[in-house]
Design a protein around this ligand. Structure first.
Ligand SMILES: Cc1cc2nc3c(=O)[nH]c(=O)nc-3n(C[C@H](O)[C@H](O)[C@H](O)COP(=O)(O)OP(=O)(O)OC[C@H]3O[C@@H](n4cnc5c(N)ncnc54)[C@H](O)[C@@H]3O)c2cc1C
Length: 384
């Protein structure tokens, strides 16, 4: 993938920002305290990095998901990836820019673009999980208003967010069946309750359980059309996977940098440990796998930005799978290269491994990606 001079310049500028914050001095202490990376978020927003994919008429950079993925990768390569970039500009910004009303665009996009507003995204439910067709959060009409009732789990960054884009279901008047619909739910709405979940990962962002107890919403809380929600939802899910992949690729790069540096510096026999092929080859293998995952992430973003949503879906799933596996492998090898130091608090590699492990489960698990590829790419029968 040959990048334009503008894309190269964007990479360099984001990399400078990531280096100024950095993993060991800034991100890791925050992550250990469970505090979000607010200063980095704000500065990235001010510099125009967070809204690079959003339309210029609403304060964005007018570029694509390719550029947003590049931003995420470069930050993550310094250990400073921003989970809420996957959610706020990539999912919510994309859906609102593509399908929101003029009023919703004006209300939300400039703030999402400069980082002054954050929108979380809630689809996962305790009894639905990977089977998002089984969600039961329901919106029913009450006069002009909507009343939203249900429960969500694992919703990231609700404490930082002004609103959550909630995937619910409404009744189809013709068939009586429930169909999906998207609602912008302010986090201070009466009946909206968010409870922090106790997670066993070292990560700056917190996950929440949401209880929606007849949350009353005005008619214009519905995003776009009640009948086109599935299409709207899919429009946001490919960017989510691409951005998740980019974050994992960045973490893989961080791990390789740390591993190669240590292998060059550490000597316990006569040569640095990197001279032993038992140390060098696994790092070289991880490098190849991270680069392959990066190439697939770039392919997915290029297809998405060109409007090829089917091509993007296959590549985005493959990229997310490959990037998760490559980053986990790279971190594991970086830890091994550091010996006992790999598990010490000093290097923070074990903490990053647990955070990288997220990408194997969220936003879509590796098994569900294998199901997708088996069915859609290989034409095998559906197994569930
Ligand atoms: C750190 C973190 C942040 C998250 N942030 C968000 C967020 O902001 N918003 C949001 O909506 N959600 C979020 N999620 C939720 C995430 O998307 C789900 O955890 C994920 O989709 C898996 O759902 P589940 O946990 O219910 O697992 P389950 O669906 O219960 O699956 C459990 C296991 O069974 C496997 N499995 C299930 N069905 C099949 C099948 N048919 N074939 C083969 N294997 C199968 C899965 O792959 C998995 O390994 C987050 C999760 C985490 C961990």
């Amino acid at each position: 993938m040959i990048e334009t001079d503008e894309q190269k310049a964007l990479r360099a500028a984001v990399s400078d920002l990531g280096a100024r914050y950095g993993y060991l001095d800034y991100v890791l202490p925050r992550a250990r305290r469970g505090e979000p990376l607010t200063e980095l978020w704000r500065e990235a927003g001010r510099l125009g990095f967070l809204g690079v994919n959003l339309p210029t008429e609403y304060g964005g950079g007018g570029a694509g998901i390719y550029e947003l993925a590049l931003v995420q990768e470069e930050l993550a390569a310094h250990g400073a990836g921003l989970l809420m970039v996957v959610v706020s500009p990539a999912i919510c910004g994309t859906i609102i820019a593509g399908y929101g009303t003029e009023q919703q665009k004006q209300t939300w996009l400039p703030g999402i673009a400069d980082g002054s507003k954050i929108m979380a995204f809630g689809i996962t439910e305790p009894d639905a999980g990977s089977n998002s067709h089984a969600i039961t959060t329901t919106a029913r009409r009450d006069g002009e208003d909507w009343l939203l009732r249900g429960q969500k789990v694992f919703i990231s960054g609700v404490d930082q967010a002004d609103a959550v884009l909630i995937v619910a279901r409404t009744e189809d008047h013709a068939t009586g069946k429930l169909k999906p619909a998207l609602f912008i739910v302010p986090t201070d709405a009466p009946g909206f309750q968010a409870t922090a979940m106790a997670m066993d990962i070292v990560e700056p962002d917190t996950q929440f359980t949401l209880f929606l107890d007849d949350v009353r919403l005005p008619a214009d809380a519905l995003v776009g059309s009640e009948d086109a929600a599935l299409m709207q939802l899919f429009a946001g899910l490919n960017p989510e996977r691409i951005l998740g992949a980019a974050m994992a690729v960045g973490m893989g790069r961080y791990a390789l940098g740390a591993g190669a540096r240590y292998a060059t510096e550490r000597t316990v026999w006569k040569d640095p440990i990197g001279a032993h092929q038992g140390v060098a080859h696994p790092l070289a293998q991880a490098k190849i796998e991270v680069e392959l995952a990066k190439a697939m992430t770039q392919k997915a973003a290029a297809h998405y930005d060109a409007g090829d949503h089917m091509g993007a879906a296959e590549a985005a799933n493959m990229a997310k799978y490959a990037a998760a596996e490559a980053s986990i492998f790279a971190l594991d090898r970086a830890i091994q290269t550091h010996g006992g130091g790999g598990l010490s608090a000093e290097y923070g590699l074990a903490s990053m491994l647990a955070a990288a492990r997220i990408a194997r489960i969220a936003p879509v698990s590796r098994e569900m990606i294998l199901n997708f590829v088996a069915m859609h790419s290989l034409g095998l029968p559906k197994s569930y």
